[in-house]
Write a protein that binds this ligand. Structure first.
Ligand code: SF4
Length: 342
């Protein structure tokens, strides 16, 4: 087990709406370990991206962080990111320095009227103090590392002159320019075709090995999880409902939501000619959370009179021989096993 780099505990983030406060993240506990990959999975609207943005305090009004701690262990002494003043230099160092972030939509994240070189060089200079010439040389080198052909020419291109895959590579280069200890990648391949997606995943794996970074990878794609993860956290309606090492999760999923997600992944050769199972309904509006277990209206194993009444406990299981230090499931089906090994 490697040491924790980032520990999130009891995180709650909400948004004010005309109809009331939406609890997008509702008591999340997560740990990212140095040099390892944590994949956070779940359907759209489960709170994955809001969790990631909360780490860097990037939640904007009408949203705000209501409770919790986010402890960064990557410096000389650990500190709670949420307790920092917005002008604290440790927060500035985290954003784009110790923690790099890749957002979902590269075209929307790059400034259209500035060359990619100008955007890269500015970030490099802010975080490294290099002069303009040295920063440009580093920018060319980074563009080469992320697989941009002829980087010394492409550095002067505008985002609209590049494909979506190329723009995503530029975003990765920007995220890496200060040699971060943690890379947060928020569905970085969602808008890309499968070939480009495979190349980007290869690139992240290679760069992680070279830079010895931790990665927090947010996705709804379980194929991506199987390829990249050391540890997995499954989120549903703002909570982590199952967490486990990747091998344990795929070999023996415990939460009915995890089981349903895995059952809906097609298997080559096995699923020919049959309809894939789906999870009925949709993620409920967080303003109108179901009583008891919030998954109960969609759960195939729900127990009437229990699951719609009682909030499920978090049950600890033996973490097994894999990487993860904890294996937990939030479900009443395992309540009688609380504290007992699996
Ligand atoms: Fe399903 Fe009940 Fe477990 Fe919720 S607590 S996941 S409804 S069995």
């Amino acid at each position: 087990m490697t040491e924790p780099l980032l520990e999130i505990s009891g995180l709650r983030t909400g948004f004010d709406t005309y109809d009331g406060r939406v609890r997008a993240v509702d008591g999340v506990d997560l740990t990212v370990h140095a040099g390892k990959t944590l994949c956070v999975v779940g359907e759209s609207g489960c709170g994955k991206s809001v969790t990631a943005r909360s780490i860097l305090r990037l939640v904007e009004a009408p949203g705000s962080i209501d409770a919790g701690t986010i402890t960064w262990h990557g410096g000389d002494a650990p500190f709670d990111v949420l307790s920092l003043d917005v002008k604290d230099e440790r927060l500035a160092r985290l954003r784009g320095g110790d923690i790099g972030m890749i957002f979902q939509e590269p075209m929307a994240s790059l400034l259209p009227l500035r060359t990619i070189g100008a955007q890269l060089i500015e970030t490099i200079r802010i975080h490294t103090g290099l002069d303009k010439r040295a920063a440009r040389a580093k920018a060319v080198d980074l563009l080469g590392q992320v697989g941009i052909p002829k980087p010394h020419e492409r550095i002067d291109a505008y985002p609209f002159q590049l494909s979506g895959g190329m723009c995503q590579r530029v975003m990765i280069a920007i995220a890496l320019c200060a040699d971060p200890s943690l890379l947060i990648a928020d569905e970085p391949t969602t808008a890309l075709d499968v070939t480009t997606q495979a190349r980007i995943l290869d690139l992240i794996r290679t760069l992680q090995a070279e830079h010895r970074m931790a990665v927090m990878f947010i996705t709804h794609d379980l194929g991506v999880v199987a390829e990249l993860a050391d540890e997995v956290a499954v989120m549903y309606l703002g909570r982590v409902v199952e967490r486990a090492g990747v091998d344990e999760l795929f070999a023996d999923p415990k939460h009915p939501y995890t089981k349903a997600l895995l059952a809906s992944v097609p298997v080559l050769g096995r699923d020919r000619g049959r309809d894939l199972p789906t999870i009925p309904g949709a993620v409920p509006n967080p303003l109108h959370r179901p009583s008891g277990c919030s998954f109960h209206p969609r759960c195939a194993e729900a127990i009437a009179g229990t699951c719609d009444v009682v909030a499920p406990p978090e049950v600890d299981f033996d973490a097994g021989t894999g990487f993860a230090d904890r294996r937990t499931v939030e479900c009443v089906l395992y309540a009688d096993r609380e504290g007992a090994p699996a």
